[in-house]
Design a protein around this ligand. Structure first.
Ligand code: NAP
Length: 480
């Protein structure tokens, strides 16, 4: 019998149509291996979605919301613990972070779901302007204006049909929720393709979310980017919602352009933090470390570039190193560990390469933590038959970074705290923060709130936190 082995673009091995996922902390194969959806299975799933959508789209908005709330309560809550463990096994975040992620997915049944419902409600528009009638020049005009004054216009939100959701591995439950739930509330059927790194978490979460919904309304397909591409290419998919890397986003946008499909993209980041000399340096250092290391740095809005005013550079760096020392890299199920492995050997190699190149170009290593010693991370051979050991990268604090270095330009996605300086002027801070092709979030730390506001308004980012990390603090209704 021939043995079909190939590797997807992200490095997950595929044997006989089965994804061979590796636990990033142990290097062990995760079982059961998940079967890749074949093209004929995909077309059956799409047909089923089209039929299910007719039923789902005809339910009232409040009924759809009620059923989704029921799914979260009776489907997700009972399996929260199992789902958290699966997330940690598949992508390596520490268990407490997986538990927080699942809790966030559960909490969505509250105010967030209400907000999504409100956005889908009919809007009644009434014009009450009797002055217009008085201004009319003849009787016909007056009659038309009178009718218009009495008329109601109703804006009704119709579903589009079938929506494809392509989700990333770094938040395998909550990122599906953010994309799938609004599409479902609007009356669409949804087909989710989870990342090839987190197929079990994706399947488990979707099965729970679908538990109170009519059959076929929410389905899952499995595989690598090829399956995602087949899904996006279908004429019977009317919209695509994707969270992932900028490179993949561009490919999907091209694909959608050929059929003018609606598209929502949530892409990568290289988020800056600016620390002026008058800031509370303890708070700034704490927030910098926390938000550079969360999820081992694998967060789209991680602090990836720290710009500190030159006059307080040494003091700030010392504080950052002191706090970084409290963190521990290790097995993600172990209590006390705050930073787990990176998702894949490929991701580990990317982070190592960025650090190595920065050091060669003159960066300073201010701190490098230990990693679990029993595990071999020295191999750089990504083609080895089985990846042994965990993908651990030390917590690394780098100083003296220059804007031209790759680590200041390209998303890192690792436990790196990257510090450089600015001259203390608002202009210099803004120029450095905006020197990027990304623009998710940013933050500014200073005691001078007027200065903070001026700087924040000129940073090109979706959200800017002032003396706080915006992703945690922003109002639910803030645009992302
Ligand atoms: P990715 O490689 O771009 O993948 C995203 C999804 O698209 C996966 O399901 C992927 O499948 C699928 N895909 C890949 N190629 C495709 C194609 N040609 N057509 C259709 N689908 C395709 O991203 P990732 O590595 O999973 O996630 C990390 C990235 O997501 C980071 O850049 C991070 O910043 C970003 N992110 C952004 C946000 C935000 O809110 N802005 C939130 C979280 C993460 P496979 O994985 O199976 O290849």
């Amino acid at each position: 019998m021939s043995r079909m082995v190939h590797r997807s673009n992200c490095g997950v091995k595929i044997i006989h149509g089965l994804l061979q996922n590796i636990n990033p902390a142990t290097g062990d194969l995760i079982l059961p291996s998940i079967a890749i959806t074949t093209p004929s299975e995909l077309s059956t799933i799409i047909s089923k979605a089209k039929i299910a959508q007719c039923v789902w789209g005809n339910l009232s908005l409040s009924k759809r919301v009620e059923l989704l709330r029921q799914s979260i309560t009776t489907g997700i809550i009972p399996m929260a613990s199992q789902l958290s463990t699966t997330i940690t096994n598949e992508m390596g975040k520490v268990l407490s972070e997986s538990q927080l992620e699942v809790q966030a997915a559960i909490d969505m049944r509250g105010k967030w779901l209400d907000m999504v419902r409100e956005a889908n409600e009919d809007v009644v528009l009434v014009e009450h302007d009797n002055n217009k009638k008085a201004d009319a020049e003849d009787e016909d005009d007056a009659r038309v204006l009178e009718a218009a004054a009495a008329a109601e216009s109703v804006v009704v939100r119709d579903p589009l049909g079938v929506v494809a959701v392509l989700s990333p591995w770094n938040f395998p439950a909550s990122e599906i929720s953010y994309l799938a739930i609004p599409a479902l509330v609007a009356g669409n059927a949804v087909i989710v393709k989870p990342s090839e790194h987190t197929p079990l978490s994706g399947a488990m979460y979707c099965a729970a979310l679908a538990s109170a919904l009519p059959e076929g309304v929410l389905q899952v397909v499995q595989g690598d980017g090829t399956v995602g591409e087949q899904l996006v290419s279908s004429d019977d998919v009317h919209m695509v919602a994707m969270t992932g890397s900028t490179a993949t986003g561009k490919r999907i946008m091209k694909n959608c352009a050929t059929s003018l499909k609606r598209l929502v993209l949530e892409l990568g980041g290289k988020d800056p933090m600016i620390v002026f000399a008058d800031a509370d340096l303890d708070v700034a250092a704490r927030d910098a470390v926390t938000n550079s290391l969360a999820n081992a740095g694998q967060v789209c809005c991680s602090i990836e570039r720290l710009y500190v005013e030159k006059s307080v550079q040494v003091e700030f760096e010392q504080k950052v190193v002191e706090i970084a020392r409290i963190h521990k890299v290790g097995m993600p199920m172990e209590e006390g560990v705050t930073v787990g492995p990176l998702v894949s050997r490929m991701q580990l190699e990317h982070v190592k390469r960025q650090v190595k190149e920065s050091m060669e170009d003159g960066a300073t290593m201010l701190y490098e933590s230990a990693i679990p010693t029993a595990i071999d991370t020295t191999t750089t051979n990504m083609d080895c038959e089985i990846q042994h050991g965990g993908n651990f990268h030390p917590i690394t604090v780098l100083g003296n970074l220059q804007q031209s270095m790759s680590i200041q330009k390209v998303e890192t996605f690792g436990p790196i705290i990257a510090i450089s300086t600015f001259d203390g002027s608002e202009e210099n801070a803004i120029t450095l923060a905006n020197d990027t092709e990304y623009g998710l979030t940013a933050c500014v730390y200073t005691a001078d709130l007027e200065k903070a506001s001026r700087v924040a308004r000129r940073i090109r980012a979706g959200q800017v936190g002032i003396n706080c990390y915006s992703a945690d603090e922003a109002h639910l209704k803030c645009p992302w």
